[in-house]
Design a binder for this molecule. Structure first.
Ligand SMILES: *Cc1c(COP(=O)(O)O)cnc(C)c1O
Length: 371
């Protein structure tokens, strides 16, 4: 069976001969954790210099066989995305702003000298996989089906004088409970002065695996320092706050009707989060002025000590909106507010989650109905 798309990439539908029995699936869905459990199927699409995108397939989830000399293993030419499908209370299964992920996927691809995938094909892959594996979309509110599209360089050979002439796009899906586990516990963060995540002209704005590979050493230091996550500072002055692990940061100034939020501006070294962008739109609609700016570590600390900064939170698809409680660095540690989730953090979280789960109207065309 073949399903033709408007982008002229054909998808052959080859459902798994033996999907997981319903009872097994229910058992896994009861406590899926994050990124541990995968659905029965995946979508793959190939690209080559002479044929462009071709050979789209929905097939059983399973391992790849790749030559040890495949380019991605050696030179990390790879990009990925992360978004979620939600089961709304009234029945439909939806994705949140998948076109925005498709566009960012292509910006990442261009930075890594990889081919762009037509946005319609990216969204079509999501529609096909989620429709096929709809039984895997959790019913529990707060749970979701995490979608992980990615692309790797598949050329065989160790030459580095030009990028790979062949690529493989794949989409996999993983039912997910909340990312950090244990409800909305504020996270503690480690200010990394020894390592930097991204430098001007580098790959900080691209969602590419190498950024994460380079971050693990700092994450280990954070854990050793008793913290949950790393906060990255700019590479030039080691002073300006950029982002946290795989999430963007927001600072709340003032309180009550005088509260406003600020997030570090996209300087080219930050990852432009879709959650960040959504909150910059939603906050003013709730009467909370929002701006992009910059804040130094010293200003962060002084602001918390004077009470001017009342809340800090991180945001991203995986963990939605997560309060930051304690900050630790080489020059000591401090706490934001009283260390518990603040009202602006909770209000913004509730608004975003309300739209995603269909409790609140979607006034921005962000909800993409899958089935
Ligand atoms: C994915 C990611 C984010 C968050 O982006 P969202 O689109 O909101 O999920 C932030 N920082 C980094 C480094 C990321 O990889």
């Amino acid at each position: 069976m073949t399903a033709t798309t408007s982008t002229e990439i054909d998808f052959a539908l080859r459902p798994a001969a033996s999907p997981l029995p319903a009872e097994e699936r229910e058992r896994l869905l009861a406590d899926p954790g994050f990124g541990q459990v995968f659905t029965d199927h995946m979508v793959t699409i190939r690209w080559s210099e002479d044929r462009g995108w071709h050979g789209g397939r929905l097939e059983a989830y399973g391992p790849f066989t790749l030559d040890p000399a495949t380019a991605v293993f050696h030179y990390a030419q790879e990009v990925f995305e992360g978004l979620k499908a939600y089961r709304q209370a009234s029945g439909p299964i939806v994705a949140f702003r998948p076109q925005a992920n498709a566009a960012r996927f292509n910006r990442s691809a261009v930075r890594m000298a990889m081919p762009e995938l037509p946005e319609a094909a990216f969204v079509r892959a999501i529609d096909l996989l989620v429709t096929q594996d709809r039984e895997w979309v959790p019913f529990e509110e707060g749970h979701s089906l995490y979608l992980r599209p990615f692309m790797i360089a598949t050329n065989r050979g160790l030459g580095v004088n030009k990028p790979s002439p062949t690529y493989l796009f794949t989409l996999i899906a993983s039912p997910a409970a909340s990312y950090f586990g244990g409800g909305l516990r504020p996270v503690s963060v480690w200010l990394s002065r020894e390592y930097t995540r991204a430098a001007p002209g580098g790959t900080g704005a691209a969602k590419t695996g190498g950024n994460y590979a380079a971050a693990f050493a700092a994450q280990l230091q954070a854990l050793a320092g008793g913290c949950d996550q790393v906060v990255w500072l700019d590479a030039v002055e080691h002073r300006w706050v950029e982002e946290m692990g795989g999430m963007n940061l927001f600072f709340v100034y003032g309180s009550g009707s005088g509260a406003r939020v600020m997030t570090p501006a996209l300087t080219g070294t930050l990852l432009p989060g879709i959650t960040r962008d959504s909150l910059l739109t939603l906050a003013p609609e709730l009467g909370i002025p929002a701006s992009e700016g910059r804040i130094s570590v010293d200003e962060w600390r002084a602001g918390c000590e004077s009470g001017e900064i009342t809340e800090v939170f991180a945001c991203g698809t995986a963990a939605v909106v997560t309060p930051v409680g304690t900050i630790r660095g080489s020059s000591g540690s401090w706490t934001v507010g009283d260390g518990t989730p603040g009202p602006v953090t909770m209000r913004l979280r509730e608004e975003l989650v309300g739209i995603q789960y269909g409790h609140l109207a979607d006034q921005h065309g962000w909800i993409h109905k899958i089935i």
